[in-house]
Design a protein around this ligand. Structure first.
Ligand code: AMP
Length: 521
């Protein structure tokens, strides 16, 4: 099939030809005609499949007729992170360059004044992160009555990051009569419930993930003593033919430390994490994407969805604590059929996390030795933050990694985690299967919750957010969150060590509704 057969106007086809796309990807082939028909879409597709063009191209076509009124956007795209929102905006710029459409990007960390000015001029497409959109709505700067198309992108990521209550609220502000497109990399039961609540008779489209990591990414792992990790990384970078690389750390603090260390050793590096101002984040990413700098040390803010052309290497300076983050991180390389390389540096205490990653991959990551460095052994079952064989305290603040779990609160959390694990074992008959978030959620909510300080109400939370320069729902925003108590799948601890929970502090209404099978949740 060619793009000409999809029903797009000549201006859009011209832009597509200029970008150099020869034929639509499977998600584009399936989604574009359905969106043009005005139908709701439930798309199961990951980044890398071309899904962004799958919804932006028909949206440009639909929106080419008609005009936006001041402060009344005609369509809305919700993205979980600022970087993804900016990437979608780039797509509109590329594909819509011959059509007269206005778009606005509403993301945290950037000036309200500029965003308000754009809204005043009238925008056809509004691309936003949920927090900033609600802020502008509450300031009376935006009216949602004219939104005819809503896109909820990366719904599973929204769920992980606790944005669903905000998304629900935003959807409640939109006209009932609209077209809704929901995309998610996975179709967990919670996403299906969201779809039931937000979509009307959607066309379900599912495409296979781009190439599996194993097919195009050459993976390798070196276990080295913690104090040798930086040296190990330097040796790896020097020995590899690195065109450009992302180097992932688990925590923002470590991103800074590693960045300073690499630049001190003469490496050409920048860093990216959620504590940086938005202009600095944007500038850094631009520089890296343009190839002006070779290495970018980053937190998981760069793990999902970022499309960096021809990225040759990913280095995991830290083993991620959540196995699916490993897949997202290494998926930044080996894109578009090109070979990529992913090296992971593990410390002896990372055994448990590696085991979870290898279980998810269904294979073990080939071990390598780094020339001139001692290879360490994994201490099985030990958590990071425990004591290593030499009896030295690990994982404390000085080490610059996640806070020690061996404080009182952490011990309680560990006890609860053990209980959750027991319930999960009972719920999931085949432990080798991937543990679904749904099962873990059900297991974890079934447990008695410990007493905890009352949560701040919305006003208190908002006041706290303003103190930090406005509401910020970036993945690493230091928002108050209830304690972590899950099996690691539902409850994410972000890289500042703050615990997170999928639904923030209120159970979203869609979970309280009766499902189609009649079970109330
Ligand atoms: P996405 O999944 O939307 O993040 O897109 C992944 C990458 O595929 C981006 O770099 C797009 O520019 C590229 N892309 C999207 N559609 C096509 C196409 N039809 N042909 C070639 N590349 C494409």
């Amino acid at each position: 099939m060619t793009f000409d057969e999809l029903g797009l106007n000549p201006e859009i086809l011209k832009a597509i030809a200029e970008v150099g796309y020869l034929q639509p990807t499977p998600i584009q082939e399936q989604a574009i005609p359905v969106v043009l028909m005005g139908r709701d879409v439930l798309g199961c597709a990951q980044t890398g499949t071309g899904k962004t063009a799958g919804f932006t191209l028909p949206m440009i076509e639909i929106l080419s007729s008609g005009r936006a009124k001041a402060r009344m956007p005609r369509s809305l795209i919700l993205e979980p992170t600022r970087e993804l929102a900016a990437q979608v905006a780039d797509n509109f710029e590329k594909y819509g360059k011959h059509c007269k459409l206005n778009y606005a990007l509403l993301i945290g960390g950037e000036s309200f004044v500029d965003q308000e000015k754009k809204l005043d001029r009238g925008v056809d497409v509004l691309i936003a992160t949920p927090g900033r959109l609600i802020d502008l709505f509450e300031r009376g700067k935006i009216l949602m009555n004219d939104v005819k198309i809503l896109v909820i992108d990366e719904a599973d990521r929204m769920l992980d990051m606790g944005f669903i209550p905000d998304v629900e609220r935003i959807v409640g502000l939109l006209p009932k009569l609209r077209q809704t497109l929901l995309f998610s990399a996975t179709m967990a039961p919670e996403i299906r419930k969201l779809a039931d609540a937000f979509l009307m008779n959607p066309k379900e489209i599912s495409v296979a993930p781009p190439a599996t990591a194993a097919a195009t990414v050459v993976q390798a792992l070196a276990v080295v003593p913690t104090e040798e990790k930086r040296e190990a990384l330097r040796r790896l970078i020097r020995s590899e033919n690195v065109t450009n690389a992302l180097i992932f750390c688990n925590r923002k603090r470590d991103v800074e430390i590693l960045y300073k260390s690499l630049t001190k050793h003469g490496f050409d590096a920048v860093r990216l994490h959620g504590d940086m101002s938005q202009p600095a984040r944007t500038e850094t990413l631009d520089k890296f994407k343009k190839g002006e700098v070779r290495l970018m040390v980053c937190s998981d803010v760069a793990a999902r969805g970022l499309d960096i052309k021809g990225l040759s290497h990913v280095f995991n300076f830290d083993v991620p604590m959540h196995s699916e983050d490993y897949v997202h991180r290494i998926g930044r390389t080996g894109r578009a059929g090109r070979e990529g390389h992913a090296y992971t540096l593990a410390a002896p205490a990372d055994g448990k996390y590696l085991a979870a990653i290898e279980k998810l991959l269904g294979t073990s990551i080939p071990r390598i030795e780094i020339e001139g460095l001692e290879t360490a052994a994994l201490s099985e079952g030990k958590e990071r933050g425990g004591r290593d064989r030499g009896g030295r305290e690990r994982g404390g603040k000085d080490r610059g990694e996640r806070p020690s779990r061996h404080d009182r609160g952490s011990r309680q959390r560990e006890k609860r985690q053990a209980k959750v694990a027991e319930v999960i074992d009972a719920v999931i008959p085949h432990p080798e299967q991937e543990v679904t978030r749904h099962a873990v959620l059900e297991a974890s909510v079934a447990l008695p919750q410990p007493e905890k300080a009352p949560h701040p109400n919305r006003h208190q939370r908002r006041a706290a957010g303003r103190d930090q320069g406005g509401r910020d729902h970036s993945p690493e925003a230091p928002a108050p969150r209830p304690p972590k108590h899950g099996g690691g799948h539902v409850h994410h601890e972000h890289d500042d060590g703050l615990p997170g929970v999928a639904f923030g502090d209120h159970t979203p209404a869609f979970l309280l509704r009766r499902s189609r099978s009649g079970e109330a949740r």
